[in-house]
Design a protein around this ligand. Structure first.
Ligand code: HEC
Length: 143
């Protein structure tokens, strides 16, 4: 019985193959779809990490410091603080207003990032002072 089914399946496959014309465009459409779907997911994967983009400034281009800060945030911070800064089980949400109340001076905030605190690792050896300043500007001004 299984043999019979296999033979039937082969016969239909051959039949479909010999009915040329109709088959090939279908394959091309399928390949095209695959390319579109793969392309889209690759672009989404590399590009954003879902952290909000930096909006264009008055000159029509985004502030390069904020763009650099966003890259640092996606690479180093989003895993614990969430792509949008809303927090995860590994790190608290980073709310700009609350941070401004809690840390009077930029230096205090930079020190938390450089030196770490409790379960937050320090980034002094991994990021330059400029990168820390940039990521904090991104947190405060964009997130
Ligand atoms: C491994 C997880 C982890 C990573 C990665 C991480 N953090 Fe944190 N972060 C934490 C935790 C946990 C705290 C809370 C520390 C505490 O006060 O006990 C915290 C606290 C903070 C605070 C202070 C928040 C507050 O309300 O006082 C800031 C600001 C901050 N992180 C920024 C960053 C930045 C910027 C990065 C990337 C350069 C980063 N964090 C990367 C886990 C992380």
């Amino acid at each position: 019985m299984a043999d019979g089914e296999a033979q039937f399946a082969m016969a239909s496959a051959v039949g479909a193959g010999s009915r040329t014309g109709g088959q090939r465009p279908l394959v091309m459409v399928a390949a095209w779809w695959l390319a579109v779907v793969l392309g889209a997911s690759l672009a989404a994967g590399c590009g954003s990490g879902d952290s909000p983009e930096v909006a264009a400034g008055p000159e029509g281009t985004p502030d390069p410091v904020l763009v650099a800060g966003r890259e640092v945030f996606i690479d180093r911070c989003a895993s614990c603080h969430g792509a949008g800064g809303g927090g995860t089980g590994d790190g608290p949400g980073l709310d700009a207003d609350r941070l401004r109340e809690k840390y009077a001076a930029h230096d205090e905030l930079a020190a938390v990032v450089a030196e770490g605190r409790n379960r937050m690792p320090g980034f002094a050896g991994l990021l330059t002072a400029d990168e820390i300043a940039a990521v904090l500007r991104y947190v405060n001004e964009v997130l």
